[in-house]
Design a protein around this ligand. Structure first.
Ligand SMILES: *Cc1c(COP(=O)(O)O)cnc(C)c1O
Ligand code: SF4
Length: 345
């Protein structure tokens, strides 16, 4: 445990800076595309496409930061990045096995905001906010509380405290990097009181969709933490990595963060062996190792992204033949009630 040494006035100043005045990344986030019409105009796509962008779920509308949208090819309605963010009327399609809570997360909630499904590690749902709304998201219907109170974090912290076999805390969400440094710090200050925690893991899409988030303040906070730090980023296609993302990943690497990537296998985005291979190579150039390739969780509204197991296995065969073992992600599926994610081979 590292004692808190910062004098109170210092942390107060910090709180004012991060909680009251918007930071550059917060301003960038606020300026994200929210209206399909505007995005289509920006991408020089015909307005007639709007007819296909009916939103099935008003609480999960378009949200895509400008920087991300600049990586979308202009004039291409089938761009693999666009497909991940543009709500399409296909989201209205239902299927009996596409559910609201496909991985039974709700059944695993130990205390509010804390999932303890697997041995040795817990997943803390820190916020519902994301910089982007991914159309295939399996938590899109998750009944988050609007503002997770510090009181609830305390319950989660007590739970971890009384379970000494928990050695890894995973910050997830939503996107944990949606929280300001001062809130993150309040959380990690509490976690530092728990001696059996050895590793802090982030599951975040922000280094990819909002690389501005990797600020000097953020890196400074990371440096102050006593644990091994793992960041699992979420990148589905090589085109998602431009120079701004590359610079964010380099900084994280320089600050001793172990970088891994998880992707979701998505029809029309990355269900092609060459695309997957290109993604692995590109990640590696930026110090990121492929970790998981997830089969789509069958969540209501995402039927049009589904790739079946037979096709997935065929893709993996090709990927394995063309890549060194360390660049081959594990094809996995989340299954309700299982003791780990299921590797599909
Ligand atoms: C995916 C997941 C984890 C992490 O699993 P790993 O196999 O260690 O990456 C932990 N808890 C929950 C609830 C998860 O869904
Ligand atoms: S960033 Fe992750 S949690 Fe947020 S919408 Fe995308 S897939 Fe879902």
């Amino acid at each position: 445990m590292i004692p808190r040494t910062a004098p109170a006035c210092q942390s107060e100043k910090d709180a004012i800076k991060t909680d009251s005045l918007p930071l550059h990344w917060q301003t960038t986030l606020a300026a994200a595309f929210r209206e399909p019409a505007k995005l289509l105009r920006f991408l020089e796509l015909p307005e007639s496409l709007l007819e296909n962008t009916i939103v099935a779920d008003p609480s999960f509308t378009l949200r895509a930061p400008l920087g991300y949208c600049q990586r979308i090819e202009k004039g291409n309605p089938d761009d693999p990045l666009l497909r991940q963010v543009l709500p399409l009327s296909e989201e209205m399609q239902t299927a009996d096995d596409f559910l609201l809570d496909p991985v039974s997360d709700l059944a695993s909630l130990q205390v509010p905001g804390l999932l303890h499904k697997y041995q040795g590690r817990v997943l803390l749902i820190t916020t519902q906010a994301c910089a982007v709304h991914c159309r295939y998201c399996f938590r899109r219907h998750f009944p988050y509380q609007q503002n997770r109170s510090e009181q609830e974090w305390q319950e989660a912290i007590n739970y971890i405290h009384t379970n000494p076999d928990i050695h890894e805390v995973i910050l997830s969400g939503g996107d944990p990097l949606s929280l300001t440094e001062s809130r993150l710090k309040r959380l990690t200050d509490k976690l530092q009181m728990i001696p059996h925690i050895k590793t802090l893991r982030f599951h975040t899409r922000q280094p990819v969709v909002l690389p501005e988030r990797i600020t000097d303040d953020f890196l400074g906070w990371l440096d102050s933490l006593p644990w091994k730090i793992i960041m699992v980023i979420h990148c589905n296609h090589a085109n998602e990595i431009d120079t701004s993302v590359s610079s964010a990943l380099n900084k994280l690497h320089q600050h001793q963060v172990m970088l891994l990537n998880q992707s979701v296998l998505l029809a029309g985005v990355n269900d092609d062996a060459q695309r997957l291979i290109e993604l692995s190579h590109k990640l590696f150039t930026h110090h990121v190792l492929p970790y998981y390739l997830h089969m789509l969780d069958k969540v209501q509204g995402a039927t049009h992204f589904y790739v079946n197991t037979e096709k997935a296995l065929k893709l993996m065969d090709e990927v394995r033949q063309q890549l060194p073992g360390y660049l081959v992600p594990k094809l996995v599926q989340e299954q309700a009630g299982e003791k780990s994610k299921i590797t599909i081979i």
